[in-house]
Design a binder for this molecule. Sequence first.
Ligand SMILES: [Fe+2]
Length: 308
Amino acid sequence: MVRRPSLAKGHTVAGFDIHRIGGRIGAEVVGVDPGGPLADDVVRDLNAALLAHKALVFRGANLTDESQLEFAARFGPLTKAHPTGVPSVDGKPEVLPIDGDDHRANHWHTDCTFVRTPPKASTLRGIVIPAYGGNTLIANQAAAYLDLPRELRELADKLWAVHTNDAGQPLLSTDRADEYRKMFLATIYKSVHPVVRVHPESGERGLFVSGFAQQLVGYSISESRAILDMLQRYVIRPENVLRVRWTPGDLVLFDNRNTQHYGPDDYDDQPRMLHRVTIAGDVPVGVDGGKSYLLEGDDAAHYTPPVE
Ligand SMILES: [Fe+2]
């Protein structure tokens, strides 16, 4: 019997309030201005809330690129915008524009798991929000792990998966999106990660499968797909999924080590722009203590600083 971590129904920490959104993932943080100077104990408690709830929503935070960078940097060293040829915001190498005209992230994934040290966490800031649609879904892979039947959990504990940026993401079929895709694939990365990752801060186990996971070590592609799809069904159960409905100025901080996310392509040709600033992560560790390793590409030192 695996016990779920108990989370308080709603509580006050370091002078701010946590209003939970779902029973398994997501909370709104009320009473703290992420754009203002933050005391160390506030940052410590925000990080603890992130570990507990996986995704934190700050309504009406109204940050700028500069204050988003400052806020994210309180949680660790930052990555550059992207490991591939995808460009940053002009003059801001750590800020990734997420522009609905470039691509639509309508597939479940965990950011940049094709590099050996995928990000710890990301901040997403809503700038241009469509009148309808364009929400962000975030799924709790630790809760999914607890949902697995014991025999399946024991199998998953032993599996390792090859993640690559060339895993067949959906296409938008416009010239601009084709150009973006070429930049996304300018360098091919392949990294091998545990299918069950032990969280480096909380020790919690979680599935770590992502849309970039292509093949299980020791299995054919088709065998891998069947097993990965079975595990993925637990990740995307509605109980495990938060839906963030954006308003301009909102900020979301999510833990990239035990979540996946999805951007539904349901806003037609309306403009949508978010800015993402990402906090660097460490080398994933599996249940047996083994660490992720690289199969193809480089250690992405131009993108992410080493975090031990
Ligand atoms: Fe993403």
